[in-house]
Design a protein around this ligand. Structure first.
Ligand SMILES: Nc1ncnc2c1ncn2[C@@H]1O[C@H](COP(=O)(O)OP(=O)(O)OP(=O)(O)O)[C@@H](O)[C@H]1O
Ligand SMILES: [Mg+2]
Length: 262
């Protein structure tokens, strides 16, 4: 279970550039839940994911991952609990290293330092098996350098690497946004497949309203550092993209009016 309680985060406090990115956010995720996260630019979506990963500390509130209070844990201490994929396909892998070296590195994530990034034949077989599951033929390219791959292939590899260690939470931040529409669909399908196969608790930020409803089993909408919509089950199943866009507009107007009257 993942629990965020009363989370606040302000950047540049007291400065003219002060930004209240998260303002009293509460969220409870059950094990295996796959939540899509939507909201306008600057709503606080990436900040939320960064706080979970421990990129920077929270100002207030508590953060629990798998029954451990990680509020004060550094990013490297949380690494074994967390898998991440970013928008930029170049960010999740090392281009000058081979596919198998990258995968070996993923296995070492969060383990003690000083371990050599060796690739044993046992691991090689495991990597080949895992790569075959994603259906891109990468299992025949284990010793190819990653910078030879297309953006989509690279993102598929990053996703696989993130899932490899069975993290307690998988954080996806617009991970299909930089891909062409066809490849974005492939990566979306692969996401569903990997999340299902590994029963991963997942948060996926997206600006694609169709994906927001069709992927996962719960959708939250953020605005001005708060969750302003949280739907699942029947209510979500009945929702269309048009409903979601309408909610988007309504909630924005309402929260803007509240903000103005404060
Ligand atoms: N490191 C930082 N320093 C200062 N301000 C920041 C920092 N990170 C984020 N912010 C600000 O906090 C607010 C929330 O940003 P965040 O990146 O979480 O938005 P987002 O919902 O991910 O938006 P987008 O859809 O554009 O990615 C924004 O106003 C942003 O400018
Ligand atoms: Mg963002």
């Amino acid at each position: 279970m993942i629990e965020l309680k009363n989370i606040y985060k302000t950047f540049n406090p007291g400065d003219v550039n002060e930004v209240r990115a998260l303002q009293g956010l509460d969220l409870l995720l059950e094990v295996g839940e796959f939540v899509t996260v939507i909201g306008s630019n600057g709503a606080g979506k990436s900040t939320l994911l960064n706080l979970l990963a421990g990129v920077y500390p929270t100002d207030e509130g508590t953060l629990t991952i798998a029954n451990r209070d990680v509020t004060r844990w550094q990013e490297h201490q949380r690494a074994s609990l967390i898998g991440r994929v970013f928008q930029d396909p170049l960010r999740g892998t090392a281009g000058s290293m081979t596919i198998e070296q990258n995968m070996a590195m993923a296995l070492l994530r969060g383990k003690r330092r000083g371990l050599r990034i060796g690739v044993s034949s046992k691991n090689r077989n495991f990597f080949r098996e895992q790569l075959a599951l994603i259906g891109l033929g990468l299992e025949n390219r284990l010793t190819h350098k990653v910078n030879l791959l297309s953006g989509g292939q690279r993102q598929a590899l990053t996703l696989l690497m993130a899932a490899l260690t069975q993290p307690r939470i998988l954080l996806l931040d617009e991970h299909t946004a930089a891909l062409d529409p066809g490849t974005a669909e492939q990566i979306a399908n692969l996401t569903t497949q990997l999340v299902r196969e590994n029963s991963l608790t997942t948060m996926m930020v997206t600006h694609n309203m169709q994906h927001a409803l069709s992927l996962g089993n719960r959708t939250i909408m953020m605005h001005r550092g708060k969750i302003i919509l949280d739907v699942r089950g029947e209510e979500r199943a009945r929702m269309t993209v048009a409903d979601l866009v309408k909610k988007f507009a309504e909630n924005r107007v309402i929260t803007d009016v509240i903000a103005l009257s404060n």
